[in-house]
Design a protein around this ligand. Structure first.
Ligand SMILES: [Zn+2]
Length: 284
């Protein structure tokens, strides 16, 4: 069976998803009930980080941190490992906490294994809801990354891409795959202090409606407010990029959360960034 034939998501269904979740009008614009406390979703949590120590966190630590920080659900994934191992790690975490954790598969080419089939199987039969791509371990050249982006579009799942500030690569991917949702990690580049670079990524989201911006690891917080003005909060997604032990996992998550809560934005915009946008995108 070819990749195309085995996909459970037809183009017609994708268009339905697009209309409901992203490309037309986000449900976040209308759906959030005002009298219920807003759901906080952490859309960027590592079972395994890409730091020097390749730090791993157990699902128990992640959920205990969420409980104390008031986070309802988290998107979890591993990097710095094979696609196969990333599936095993996320699957076992979600098996333990099916109501709290949402799995993404890590896309990384492998000399020995047909990775695209592993990713497709994870998405179509194992409950994975998105794909993580990291430029630090995987080039964003068309001949490497395009099959993954094509598959994501076909399955209607987002790709969370850390493109390390490579604007041209992000633009190429966004324009070549208008039916694929791209979540650009860190609004372009981790801990970026170059205002002009962040502005170019906001501009990319302005011109490409399939582009969403992840606000984890953003230090120029006024750029988040600018992004709300230019593209709307229904295309901005909060994540902690945790867990992080500095000073401890709970204080870290709460501090990342407070960054959004203290912005000069309406409650509706904050609720979108902190949960409604990703819920709509993942159709949860
Ligand atoms: Zn990360």
């Amino acid at each position: 069976m070819t990749t195309q034939e085995s996909s459970p998501v037809t183009r017609r269904r994708f268009l339905g998803i697009s209309a409901a979740a992203g490309l037309g009008m986000l449900a976040a614009d209308t759906a959030a009930p005002q009298n219920n406390p807003p759901l906080i979703i952490d859309a960027h949590v590592h079972l395994k980080h890409g730091d020097v120590a390749r730090t791993e966190y157990s699902p128990e630590t992640i959920v205990a941190t969420m409980d104390k920080a008031g986070i309802a659900k988290s998107v979890v994934f591993a990097m710095s490992t094979s696609t196969q191992r990333s599936i095993e790690m996320a699957e076992s975490a979600v098996k333990r906490y099916p109501d709290r954790l949402i799995p993404y598969v890590y896309a990384l080419p492998n000399y020995e294994r047909p990775v695209i089939k592993e990713i497709e199987q994870a998405l179509s039969t194992r409950g994975f809801r998105g794909i993580k791509i990291h430029v630090g371990e995987c080039t964003l050249a068309d001949y490497v990354v395009d099959p993954v982006l094509k598959l994501a579009g076909k399955c209607g799942v987002p790709c969370l891409i850390d493109c390390g500030g490579k604007y041209d690569a992000a633009k190429r991917m966004a324009e070549k795959f208008p039916d694929t949702f791209l979540i650009i990690a860190h609004m372009g580049r981790y801990l970026c202090t170059d205002k002009k670079l962040v502005e170019t990524f906001i501009g990319l989201a302005e011109s490409c409606r399939n582009v969403f911006l992840d606000v984890s690891g953003v230090v120029l917080l006024d750029m988040i407010e600018e992004a709300v003005r230019r593209i709307g909060s229904s295309r901005l997604i909060w994540g902690s990029d945790g867990p992080d032990k500095k000073p401890d996992t709970v204080s870290y998550a709460c501090a990342e959360l407070a960054k959004i809560q203290h912005l000069s934005l309406s409650d509706k915009d904050k609720n979108n960034i902190l949960g409604q946008t990703i819920l709509s995108l993942l159709r949860l």
